[in-house]
Design a protein. Structure first.
Length: 230
């Protein structure tokens, strides 16, 4: 059993907040066996699959998980440039990737992951309108945020990043990267502490940031002031 009874009740409550149906693509390395079962060699993939299926079961039909094998569905993996697993992709109705989790969202990663699902379903914090009103001032952008399951500051920071990606409908794309699962990527970006955010491969934000801070970065200091609160 993945969750205690109290945790199950809390998760059910959070999943009941989903507005619209959400479909997530989970890329793993499963191979279909002769009896129809799926064998996954990647332990993090197995854990991520079990977690997502548990959330699906608690969502009252609002969350659907589509598992894609990079072994059996190479074309699909190539389409989305998936070379690392597990990878959880938030994809819109047109098949466009909005947000990616290169992570197994457990520990302190779990609640912000739930937040991302809620946002993707149409739940909007009160500062979402401010993001929308500034989109014309923001260039097409790509963001990466490096995290760990034990990071005490990541749960408050990740939802800021993911909301920007979701509200902008992918004009600002985002990837949440677990340093423990992807140490080589962390080394490439010289990540020495988390959260560490990289914007367009050139700018870095070290530590926590507010929606205002991120908006300042993305608008290059040209955001409208007033009405924007974390």
């Amino acid at each position: 059993m993945l969750f205690s009874e109290n945790e199950l009740n809390n998760i059910k409550r959070e999943m009941s907040k989903l507005k619209n149906k959400v479909i997530l693509k989970l890329f793993t390395d499963f191979k279909t066996q002769e009896d129809g079962s799926k064998l996954r060699k990647c332990m993090s993939c197995e854990g991520t699959y079990e977690l997502l299926i548990s959330l699906e079961e608690l969502s009252n039909g609002k969350l659907l998980i589509e598992e894609v094998s990079i072994e059996e569905n190479a074309d699909e993996a190539k389409k989305y440039s998936v070379s690392r697993i597990p990878a959880i992709l938030f994809v819109d109705d047109d098949g466009k990737e909005i947000l990616r989790y290169s992570a197994y969202p457990t520990g302190s990663e779990f609640v912000p992951f739930l937040n991302s699902i809620q946002y993707f379903s149409g739940v909007r914090p009160f500062y979402a309108d401010q993001i929308l009103s500034h989109l014309k001032k923001i260039d097409q952008s790509k963001m990466k945020i490096f995290i760990t399951p034990t990071c005490p500051y990541c749960p408050a920071t990740v939802p800021v990043l993911t909301l920007f990606a979701i509200v902008s409908k992918g004009k600002i794309s985002a990837e949440v990267i677990d340093v423990n699962l992807n140490p080589d990527i962390a080394m490439k970006y010289q990540v020495q502490g988390v959260p560490h955010t990289v914007i367009n491969e050139t700018e870095n934000i070290y530590g926590m940031f507010s929606p205002q801070d991120l908006l300042d970065k993305l608008t290059k200091g040209e955001r409208d002031f007033g009405g924007m609160y974390a």
